[in-house]
Design a protein around this ligand. Structure first.
Ligand code: MZP
Length: 503
């Protein structure tokens, strides 16, 4: 006879945290959200990679590109660049993150000398940036000939057909510096010469980077940045169980800090094969997560197969229709609770702590706190990050409201059949995800700060200052359907519709 779980599976919205004692030092400013990303011998060593905040962005086309990765690493989390693209394109995105130097900007607004004032106006309108580099070939790395800023032209007094060379500030009147200049030196030059920007040029006079005055304060205000030993931003990358023999070396070569097998279901011989390939080729030097699983058996299987972290979640993603299509999955809270128990059991037996990640289904900020309290070490989010400026998709106006596009990896749009591979033909047989919109929410930095302030405040209510303390001391209660109703506003007439109840 089939095995029946005794309890129904539950999701985050069915639980609440019950406060613990809050002492005077228990304030949000004292809370640390640092958390391990990959396995380690707990008690005798630190995790080789830790996150400064417990958030990673989903391995999805509509979420994690190089722009997202840089923005999230600035805040202390990590993106996993999507694997449903060519090996070359994915490796190039990883390489871009690793090459990014905070404060050093590859100029995105460039023209040639014989372009016109109209071209300048069009470019300012398109990119929203007022500083335009004038180079020999109009590219970001051509020979620098001059700069145009809004101080160089007056639209009311000049013909829009006027050529750039007649009004740009030419190279000989510009302050520039060699591309070997450090950020600190560049900022000193900016201050000493009262500049707004400083072009850095190589020995052939080609433009490499721009350093902007306004970025200096922004750079200083990222105390949580997630950096590698060479002070580069850290980034993860998705792989699949089919082309790993080629994809893994390319991503490692490009500088990926961690890999993760991206699959809707991870308790499979294909994941085991992929993990053994990595272990045989690289030993423990290449870190790789696996998943997704939703119970003890799945966790133990991937732990023994050598995964560095294990992801939890089937069917809970906001764009996911796996449960409807195939009838597999489990309420995300129950899955996290059971896998966390298995993780602790495995640690007791072996001394090795394998971090676990709650992937998908986070709707409210308090779900993050619950996932951590239930034992997750970090959280993967798709919909949450898709709403921000930094996600790769278009921002559109739909029914008078700004939205961003967000589609599942199992949707016809993404065509990521590798993620759903069961050893069959190379195609997507049926969809397991939808193509949708999410409400546009602005910049990642502001939103993450707000969400994590809530997480920290709740941790203070629970009387804890770290994630391990939360996992150890949290008191969690399942709530009845009626008390869920009691949790929202009720029995009042609202002045206006409250914003921000859903994120
Ligand atoms: P969410 O944060 O939008 O709720 O969920 C994101 C997660 O959903 C991803 O990290 C991934 O595990 C999962 N996902 C991505 N695409 C699909 C799909 O098309 C999916 N079904 O379920």
């Amino acid at each position: 006879m089939a095995y029946f779980f005794e309890e129904p599976s539950h999701t985050f919205s069915e639980y609440l945290l019950v406060p613990g004692y809050t002492s005077p030092d228990c304030i949000p400013a004292n809370v640390s959200l640092r958390t391990p990303l990959v396995k380690f011998r707990k008690g005798s060593e630190e995790s080789p990679i830790s996150l400064n905040i417990p958030l990673v962005s989903a391995i999805m086309q509509s979420v994690s590109n190089d722009t997202m990765a840089i923005a999230l690493a600035k805040e202390g989390g990590m993106s996993f660049i999507y694997g449903s693209q060519s090996i070359e394109d994915e490796a190039a995105m990883v390489a871009k993150v690793k090459a990014y130097k905070a404060g050093f900007v590859v100029s995105d607004s460039n023209l040639k000398e014989d372009d016109t004032l109209q071209d300048v106006l069009d470019l300012v309108e398109k990119n929203g940036h007022n500083t335009i580099a004038i180079t020999s070939d109009g590219t970001a790395h051509g020979k620098l000939l001059g700069i145009v800023t809004s101080r160089d032209y007056r639209v009311s007094r000049m013909e829009t057909t006027l050529q750039v060379k007649s009004f740009m500030t030419p190279l000989e009147s510009l302050v520039t510096a060699p591309d070997t200049t450090t950020l600190k030196e560049a900022n000193d030059i900016i201050w000493d010469n009262k500049l707004n920007s400083l072009p850095l040029i190589d020995e052939n006079g080609c433009l490499k980077y721009m350093v902007f005055r306004k970025d200096y304060s922004e750079h200083k205000s990222n105390p949580n940045e997630l950096l590698d030993a060479k002070k580069r931003y850290m980034v993860g990358a998705g792989i699949n169980t089919l082309d790993y023999e080629k994809r893994v070396p390319a991503l490692v070569e490009a500088g990926a800090d961690v890999l993760c097998i991206d699959s809707s279901e991870g308790y499979t011989c294909w994941q085991e094969k992929t993990l053994s390939f990595i272990r045989e080729k690289y030993g423990d030097t290449v870190k790789v997560g696996a998943g997704n699983v939703v119970d003890r058996d799945g966790f133990m299987f991937l732990a023994k197969a050598g995964a560095d972290f294990i992801k939890i979640g089937i069917g809970g993603g906001s764009i996911c229709i796996t449960r409807e299509q195939k009838g597999i999955g489990r309420g995300q809270a129950t899955a996290v609770i059971e896998v966390a128990k298995a993780r602790d059991e495995y640690y007791k037996e072996t001394g090795i702590y394998i971090p676990i990640c709650a992937d998908g289904g986070i709707v409210h900020d308090y779900h993050m706190t619950l996932a951590l309290a239930m034992g997750a070490d970090f959280i993967m989010l798709g919909r949450y990050f898709a709403r921000f400026d930094e996600s790769p998709t278009s921002k559109l106006m739909v029914n008078g409201q700004y939205v961003k596009e967000y589609w599942g990896e199992g949707s016809n749009r993404a065509r990521n059949w590798q993620r759903y591979d069961l050893g069959g033909k190379a195609k997507l047989s049926f969809e397991e995800g939808v193509d949708s919109y999410v409400t546009y929410a602005g910049p990642l930095k502001d939103n993450v700060a707000k969400s994590l302030y809530k997480v920290k405040s709740t941790m203070c209510n629970c009387g804890v200052l770290t994630i391990p303390e939360l996992q150890r001391d949290a008191k969690i209660t399942l709530v009845s359907a009626t008390s869920i109703v009691e949790g929202g506003y009720h029995d009042v007439i609202l002045h206006n519709t409250p914003g921000g109840t859903q994120h």
